[in-house]
Design a binder for this molecule. Sequence first.
Ligand code: NDP
Ligand code: MG
Length: 381
Amino acid sequence: MEFEHKISVLGSTGSIGTQTLEIAREYKGIRVEAMTARKNIALLEKQVREFKPRLVCVTDEDKAKELKIKLADTDTKVVSGEEGLAETAASGNAQTVVTAVVGISGLLPTIEAIKAGKNIALANKETLVTGGHIVTRLAREHGIKLLPVDSEHSAIFQSLECCRDRREIKRILLTASGGPFFGKKREELTNVKPADALKHPNWNMGAKVTIDSSTLVNKGLEVMEARWLFGTENIKVLVHRQSVVHSAVEFCDNAVIAQLGVPDMKLPIQYALTYPHRLPMSGNELDLFAYRDLMFEEPDTETFFALKLAYDAMKAGGVMPTVFNSADEAAVDMFMKGKLSYLGISDAIANAMNKIQNKENPSLDDILETDKAAKEIVYSM
Ligand code: NDP
Ligand code: MG
């Protein structure tokens, strides 16, 4: 099938970024205009030589200088730093920007891309968690689409395609794999090390989102992401170990419409790039006979109480979702460096949420200040 589309990939060296490029490799009509990395210039150089983008950004200044020298024989321009990232997001002829960087670093470039009239293939859920009210308003004002890449949100988005009136939605059923520690109690998790938490049962993802999946922080972030994408706080989390039902919508007449598939990010990434069309996908067919017993269970919010904190943050609104997000970013960083215990991650989020005073309808500056404040609280714990 003929398909022409120009994209930019923020975070092209990561898990979502490399899978996006696999799709671009398969569909030659997808042209990569720009890409970015933080410091992995060895991989970025290879990607530049294959996809020949017009522009790349490396946020680490020293690594950017190194890459500039390496790419002197090419036509690709190299920029650097946070401003370079925002410039790259907004630049050129890309119709869609894939936001696959980690953490709140995705917020400013996403805003710049929207202002430049680009659709967003949104992997970076932290953008909506922290700045959802600003980003959704800008998206409406600029007439651009926010196309979810997160598998659950893509499933909800696909399930809503038959919905003509959003008031008919009763609730969203957001599935969760439960992560590697499903069924365990707090006392069994005191000695968890990064390597244990990095073993996800169903998905192969970047380090931060994998740790977040194990604590259910990821599901909490996804609840808030869904709130902004679909305009309801009526969101029920179901633990579904097999990760086959990627999420569902329950309507007012009790119809439940879901999207199913094998656990593979390629489909949600591809659909965000090709929407409203579907392109053939090799392999990855779902054999329903292999899943005779699809199971759904209640999440254990006593052991994994970060999920409860996320609902509290969503209900409080204002800067509280940013406090939740940014305290977790710092706590995961400390856990990975052996400076914080595993259970300390959720405790750190609770502590920051207790310490920081909420502020309604925050500006972008308020959000960025809150990000700093929450991280400072956790790093000085
Ligand atoms: P990875 O850690 O695999 O990749 C992150 C990418 O962003 C890399 O290119 C990295 O560069 C770059 N990067 C990291 N930190 C920064 C920063 N502070 N500033 C600029 N660039 C940065 O992450 P994932 O691909 O797993 O996740 C990306 C986003 O997608 C996250 O928001 C995650 O929650 C979301 N997501 C991921 C899923 C998955 O399956 N992986 C599923 C659903 C959502 P470098 O390589 O140089 O460090
Ligand atoms: Mg997800």
